[in-house]
Design a protein around this ligand. Sequence first.
Ligand SMILES: Nc1ncnc2c1ncn2[C@@H]1O[C@H](COP(=O)(O)OP(=O)(O)OP(=O)(O)O)[C@@H](O)[C@H]1O
Length: 226
Amino acid sequence: MVAPPPAAPDYALHLAHVARKFGAQFVLRDVTLAVAPGEVLALFGGNGAGKTTLLRLIAGLLSPTRGEGRVFGYDLRDKRSVREHVFLMTEGGGLYGDLTARENLDFTARMYGVPERSAELLERVDLAPAAHKRARELSSGMRKRLHLARMLLAPSPLLLLDEPFANLDTAGKEAVLTHLCAAQAEGKTILLSSHEPELAAQVATRQARIEGGVLTAQIPATQGAA
Ligand SMILES: Nc1ncnc2c1ncn2[C@@H]1O[C@H](COP(=O)(O)OP(=O)(O)OP(=O)(O)O)[C@@H](O)[C@H]1O
């Protein structure tokens, strides 16, 4: 049975002993995590450690094999409510390849029920010249910029960002940092996975590392993650 959300949840995200396996292999074995509203948590871990799996699970795209979790008080099993509170940015998801960059943003606005402002957002992420290119014709860095524009459009209070700095040039990485800081200043809660500790540390209020299916370190950002 799915429990109702508390009237005033203390946490943006709360996970208790969450595990997830694919076939016989446990990718996440025992993840317990509490994230307060407004925190920016950077997740580190080697290739295949389970970062994307954890983000997809929090976004309601995967179910935990074991354990419990809540997003703003909503049980992870209540996927519809969870998805209403979460924006997930992953390399593979979220964009429609046959739609142009602009059409993707128009569609995102309609999906969230917010006013369309695609031209302005394409300017903000330096993608205006590619407005009429199909998403599948964009380079990976340009697709990342389009994802960033989608993030700016999303009203979701919890942002889950899978490697937001990957495949970007220096200016693009700076732009991501600027937009993340702005999102945090607006009160958003952010979980981001990264292989770039120096960049992530510039915006993270806390850092954690996934290793062997568990979170091995949850430390304040100032102490470093490596
Ligand atoms: N849908 C799936 N079916 C089977 N195995 C999967 C699935 N999704 C992920 N895995 C496996 O789970 C493990 C963790 O993958 P995941 O993508 O979460 O790692 P990651 O930490 O994000 O890695 P990277 O840093 O390389 O992006 C990998 O061994 C991967 O092959």
